[in-house]
Design a protein around this ligand. Structure first.
Ligand SMILES: Cc1ncc(COP(=O)(O)O)c(C=O)c1O
Length: 380
């Protein structure tokens, strides 16, 4: 895969290594959004069919990305929190049941479980990594597997940890959750789009992805996959378009008891958003063309040399078997404080994030090895 910077409008003079914060806008996505805005100049041009066509194409494109045969398993959400709240609303727990999460995982994938545990008198166990760096990712995975016991009814994780990129072995975790009959809920916001995710292989019960990072979509839209457990659940909102026959605008006065098929009942109100949907669709078409495995390989190729040099200079980065190539947590040499590093990168106009105790470096297809050289020059 070649560098794709020409497809974006990134300014010169800054180095953007922060897709985990927010992706830059693809030119194609920007055009789709502008066309969406313009369409409302003339509402006569917006037909009832328009409420369904693009959003169904969007489901199909996301289904393709995550290898789901039935696009009706995909729902449109407003945010990752919205999708996770939908999941939490439909999970049946009792007092004494246990929910397992990774420690310090993103709040949108913690608070719903905290709330559910308060409401049901279940407990939440946040599994921490070891305090020492050697074998950290491997042992964190082992600790997670050990925490999943007969009381566990739900495990909620990311594919990679949002703050430092540690990769969780979801296939092994799925196997363990099956042994104890626990649900597996994945927040794919920091991975899907850049790291391959195959629903048929991992078989999560639900997967929720915010759209504005690795999916390269607009802010304000998320996509979610719902498995069979959620077939007959209750949505957060009872909106008109999620009900059977909503295509027949004249007949909307005939209230329906049934929902649209599959996961469509979980769609957020105004899910047909004529600006956001075409943007998200254009973004996913591009990502499906690139393919996440190629994005991983590209990010690996541009970062490999810099990672070696950082390690030689006593920075710590997880073994590549336990992280993605698109999101790296960099820990600092002894005696170097985060504030000092923060100043150094800021001075060179390099955008990275500082989350927890690490510097989060998040490249994508518009970056080059030169961007990593700049980062090295700032740090060493
Ligand atoms: C892992 C993860 N999930 C979700 C989100 C965003 O959540 P929401 O869509 O609820 O704002 C982020 C944002 O940084 C994140 O890192």
């Amino acid at each position: 895969m070649q560098n794709q910077r020409a497809k974006f409008s990134l300014p010169t003079g800054t180095t953007y290594l922060n897709c985990a914060y927010m992706s830059p806008l693809l030119k194609s996505v920007e055009r789709a959004g502008i066309n969406g805005i313009r369409q409302k100049r003339d509402p006569y041009s917006v037909t009832p069919t328009d409420f369904f066509t693009n959003v169904n194409l969007l489901r199909a494109e996301f289904a393709k990305l995550i290898n789901v045969p039935d696009a009706n398993r995909i729902a449109v959400a407003a945010s990752a929190s919205y999708g996770l709240a939908t999941v939490a609303k439909n999970v049946r727990l009792s007092a004494g049941d246990k929910i397992v999460v990774a420690s310090e995982q993103f709040p949108s994938n913690y608070y719903p479980w905290q709330r559910l545990s308060i409401d049901t008198r279940a407990t939440v166990e946040a599994v921490a990594p070891p305090a020492y760096p050697e074998g950290r990712g491997k042992q964190w995975n082992e600790r997670l597997l050990n925490a999943i016991d007969s009381k566990t009814k739900l495990v909620a994780l990311g594919h990679v940890h949002w703050a430092d990129g540690t990769r969780f072995n979801l296939e092994a975790i799925r196997k363990r959750t099956r042994e104890v009959n626990a649900l597996l809920v994945i927040d794919g916001t920091q991975s899907v789009g850049a790291l391959p995710f195959d629903v048929q292989k991992i078989q999560p019960d639900a997967l929720v992805c915010g759209g504005y990072k690795w999916l390269m979509g607009p802010y304000g839209m998320a996509l979610a996959y719902f498995g069979e457990y959620f077939n007959n659940g209750v949505p957060l909102e009872e909106n008109w378009i999620s009900r059977k026959n909503s295509e027949d605008f004249t007949g909307l006065v005939n209230y329906q008891t049934d929902y649209q098929p599959g996961a469509l009942r979980y769609d957020v109100g105004e899910r047909s958003n004529f600006i956001l949907v075409p943007m998200m669709l254009a973004a996913l078409k591009q990502i499906n063309q690139w393919k996440p495995e190629n994005i991983q390989a590209y990010c690996r190729s541009i970062s490999a040399r810099a990672i070696d040099t950082l390690r030689e200079n006593d920075y710590w980065i997880e073994d590549e078997n336990f992280r993605g190539h698109h999101l790296l947590g960099v820990r600092f040499p002894k005696g170097t404080t985060m504030d000092v590093i923060r100043e150094k990168v800021k001075k060179k106009k390099i955008a990275v994030s500082f989350r927890g105790d690490s510097m989060r470096v998040a490249p994508n297809v518009y970056n080059t090895a030169k961007d990593f050289e700049k980062l090295l020059n700032a740090l060493i």
